[in-house]
Ligand binder design. Structure first.
Ligand code: PLP
Length: 370
């Protein structure tokens, strides 16, 4: 089976972990500091704060900027659940914006529709590795005095007008979950140029501790370990290579996939798309794709090719959010709703071989003759 995702871990990671284990210092220490330094240099920001996962990165970032009950934060409805949940964690209200039907990213026009006098921040998600429209969203933030949070969980190394994502907002948040463009198993990172945010995140991450056993504020244990950081350091060195592989694989599919009704991913000018996912849409009714998405997934599975739906529901339709009172009448996100019915991710990860690429493309192109 060709899996939909696969982490690439090798001798370098093994050696790095062994070194930490042999040292006996396995909790947050020098390796975490080193990883923070290298990651901040990579993104080109002054600070990076490592945490236990990407959900925590978002949670801590929103807490550090003082988002609280009564505030509204605009977030795309088409993303992974934790982007929106991080707003709920603050007792604040997620307000869902629709997405662009080509890039699947937050729609600046719809953000303008969703602003109120309670809006405090916008979370833009660089979904599937394609940067959102940073200039337009930044302009809205500046005009309305809002914080910008970049969710770069799927976009390590992606660029917008030559700059790495995670360097535009007041904060950038990253995940190092196993399927991401680089991994530490579980892990997360906050990037920022703000010293105040860095300090606040550091306190939140470690029990509000200002000196050993002196606690000045309410904090958590949200730390990353040196074991994870050692893996992260090795993976960061390989990240550009991993991204090049993903881009080459996507390019191969773009050149070879040719089935009526199968729409291939869009990449806007002026950006670097790092293809966390290669997400196609199946235009069954209008453009004659020969089978339903479920049948297509089954066809691929029977041929030994993994695929996945990211995401089968827009966030406002998730049972949790329906219970909170979000309905189709109160949330207008028609593009996100339609996308969830027709989107499908195909394997694009760096572990694919040339043989896999040829097989995947041929299997899909032969669909109609089956
Ligand atoms: C867009 C997005 N935001 C946030 C997260 C949360 O990251 P983690 O799984 O590390 O908590 C993910 C990870 O799946 C994600 O894809």
């Amino acid at each position: 089976m060709i899996p939909i995702s696969k982490p690439v871990l090798g001798e370098e990671e093994l050696k790095a972990v062994k070194e930490v284990l042999v040292s006996g210092y396995v909790v947050q220490g020098q390796k975490v500091e080193h990883f923070e330094k290298d990651f901040s240099d990579y993104i080109a920001v002054t600070h990076a704060i490592a945490v236990a996962n990407g959900t925590i990165a978002l949670d801590v970032a929103l807490k550090a900027m003082g988002i609280e009950e009564g505030d509204e934060v605009i977030v795309p409805s088409f993303t992974f659940i934790s982007t929106a949940n991080s707003i709920l964690f603050q007792g604040a209200k997620p307000v869902f914006a629709d997405v662009d039907d080509k890039t699947f990213n937050i729609s600046p026009n719809d953000v303008l529709e969703k602003l109120t006098d309670r809006t405090k921040a916008i979370i833009g998600v660089h979904l599937f590795g394609h940067p959102f429209d940073v200039n337009a969203i930044q302009e809205i933030c500046e005009d309305h005095n809002l914080f910008l949070i970049e969710d770069g969980a799927q976009a390590h190394g992606a660029e917008y007008e030559g700059r790495k994502v995670g360097s535009f907002g007041l904060v950038g948040c990253f995940s190092f979950y196993a399927t991401k463009n680089m991994t530490t198993g579980e892990g997360g990172m906050i990037t920022t140029d703000s010293r105040d945010i860095t300090k606040a995140c550091g306190l939140l991450r470690n029990h509000g501790e200002s000196q050993k056993y002196y606690h000045t504020s309410l904090g958590y244990n949200y730390r990353m370990t040196d074991i994870q950081a050692a893996i992260g350091l090795a993976q960061l060195k390989k990240l550009n290579g991993f991204n090049d592989e993903r881009i080459n694989h996507a390019d191969y599919f773009n050149r070879h996939l040719n089935v009526e009704g199968l729409k291939l991913p869009h990449s806007k000018n002026g950006i670097k798309h790092v293809y966390h996912q290669y997400a196609v849409t199946i235009e069954e009714e209008e453009e004659g794709f020969p089978m339903s998405r479920t049948e297509f997934m089954m066809y691929l599975k029977n041929k030994g090719i993994g695929s996945a739906i990211h995401y089968p529901l827009p966030i406002h339709k998730q049972p949790l959010y329906q219970r909170l009172g979000y309905t189709d009448e109160t949330v207008q996100c028609p593009v996100a709703t339609a996308l969830s019915q027709k989107i499908l991710s195909l394997p694009v990860h760096p572990a694919l071989t040339e043989k896999d690429l040829v097989f995947i493309a041929e299997t899909i192109n032969n669909l109609e003759s089956e």
